[in-house]
Design a protein around this ligand. Structure first.
Ligand SMILES: *Cc1c(COP(=O)(O)O)cnc(C)c1O
Length: 460
């Protein structure tokens, strides 16, 4: 007889993982190399060094070391808010009347309100170690900008955050938090960069996009002494840092002899899902029993379910390297009535390859009103007001639990509750007022984005 499972499973501080797990080292087919956009040759550490810290450039290209030690200072910072709890969603199970066991890994218990701090603190640490003085980045919904501002504040680094203009206007309080930690917020597109000025000339009323904000932040990083650029998702290094999530979740489940049948995560750039599923993916890649993996994305920005698997730029200004990934085209800008995050045009190359090869089993696109319906139920019964991004995973966890109710199967479902929704209240207000609508791009809409994917004779 297994032990009774409590509402929350806590790990001890000393159980905090000492290594990040590099799933790439175990993948049967590594993802296609990231290409230098000028030479179309695989990028080297030297190519990446003007943009990224050297240690992070090495992590980006590391396909061989299975484990990378978490530096002591980073691990000590983690101790302020980790290990995070694994929560058994008893109340949600009861509300749904499902025999399924639902667990969620909660990453919202730090001021940034999301999992993004796990990578922000690591990236700021390596910048400090290298003797850099400043970092630049972009932020969409604002969680990454907040997380990085916290990390830079901790290590005494300057930070410029290019914030997608519509978010900067919708979320003045995010801006206030970022500034409190000492960083500077610049709405993007801005007149502080060449790319920004070009975008403004084309469309002075542009509400901005993550792709443009990335181009601006990269431009400033490569043209300013002692400055590098950092990114909060998509990259291999970010997925690597986020494996702390999956390792803790797996360890917590093992204490109660549990193993998930289904692992669900929302997918914007793929970092939280990649991090949550990595240690379970290790089982799959080793030929052992493993869960069914589901990536959940918004129907309005459907890179995995409707995108092309192709080499594309990671930004709108086409200054970044080319990555082979599921993409909607770097010029794709989701409809402004899309409220939640997860607006990025591409997807992590690691996740893309795993999906292409059938290891990441399934991707589902869900509509935002159904996401907020799930968010509201979750908030009522489990107490936590979820971030709209996380609520994509909640939606599918509920759908899977309801399937169990029909079949009578008591499956174990694990999903990532990546953050809280306190800065997304405009979206909640619109849902509560009944004015939120769904938007699904037509094939013609998507075609416009696909036309911007580079042709690259002989490569794709
Ligand atoms: C950024 C963010 C996401 C999506 O990013 P991924 O890289 O796909 O994980 C999901 N949830 C929250 C709360 C976020 O802040």
């Amino acid at each position: 007889m297994s032990k009774e499972i409590p509402y929350k499973i806590y790990l001890k501080e000393e159980e905090l993982p000492r290594y990040w797990y590099n799933v790439r080292a175990d993948m049967k087919t590594d993802h296609c190399p990231i290409l230098n956009p000028q030479t179309l040759k695989p990028v080297t550490v030297e190519d990446l060094e003007p943009v990224f810290c050297t240690e992070l450039a090495k992590q980006e290209l590391n396909a061989t070391d299975r484990f990378i030690e978490i530096p002591e200072e980073v691990r000590n910072f983690y101790k302020m808010y980790r290990p995070g709890p694994l929560v058994r969603a008893h109340f949600l199970e009861k509300a749904l009347g499902t025999p399924a066991k639902i667990f969620y890994k909660f990453e919202g218990n730090n001021t940034s309100g999301s999992h993004k701090l796990n990578s922000a603190i690591a990236q700021a640490y390596y910048a400090k170690e290298q003797g850099l003085t400043s970092l630049t980045t972009e932020t969409g919904a604002g969680q990454w900008g907040t997380a990085l501002a916290m990390a830079c504040g901790f290590f005494g680094l300057n930070l410029k955050v290019y914030m997608v203009k519509c978010s900067a206007m919708q979320k003045p309080y995010r801006k206030a938090v970022i500034e409190t930690y000492g960083a500077q917020v610049i709405p993007s597109p801005s007149d502080t960069t060449e790319v920004g000025r070009r975008m403004l000339a084309m469309n002075p009323d542009s509400s901005g996009s993550l792709g443009t904000a990335i181009s601006e932040a990269v431009e400033v990083a490569v043209s300013t002494e002692g400055t590098r650029y950092v990114l909060g998702s998509v990259l291999n290094q970010v997925l690597l840092h986020q494996t702390i999530i999956g390792q803790e979740a797996k360890m917590a489940l093992e204490k109660y002899d549990c193993y998930p049948d289904i692992v669900i995560g929302c997918a914007g750039g793929g970092s939280n899902l990649g991090g949550l599923m990595a240690p379970f993916m290790a089982d799959r890649l080793a030929g052992k029993h493993a869960p069914h993996f589901i990536a959940v994305e918004p129907a309005s920005c459907p890179s995995l379910t409707r995108g092309k698997f192709a080499y594309d730029y990671c930004d709108t200004g086409k200054v970044t390297p080319l990555a082979k990934m599921y993409t909607l085209g770097s010029g794709f800008i989701p409809s402004p009535n899309h409220s939640g995050g997860l607006r990025y045009h591409g997807m992590s190359p690691i996740l893309s390859q795993l999906y292409h090869d059938g290891y990441l089993d399934e991707a589902r696109a869900v509509e935002q009103t159904s996401v907020f319906e799930a968010a509201k139920l979750f908030a009522k019964v489990e107490g936590t007001l979820p971030a709209p991004e996380s609520s994509h995973a909640i939606r599918v966890a509920i759908d899977e639990a309801l399937k169990c109710k029909e079949t009578g199967e008591a499956k174990t479902i694990l999903f990532g509750l990546t953050g809280t929704g306190y800065f997304d209240l405009a979206a909640y207000m619109s849902y509560n007022a009944g004015t939120m609508s769904d938007y699904i791009p037509t094939d013609e809409d998507l075609q416009k984005g696909f036309e911007g994917i580079p042709k690259l004779e002989g490569i794709q």
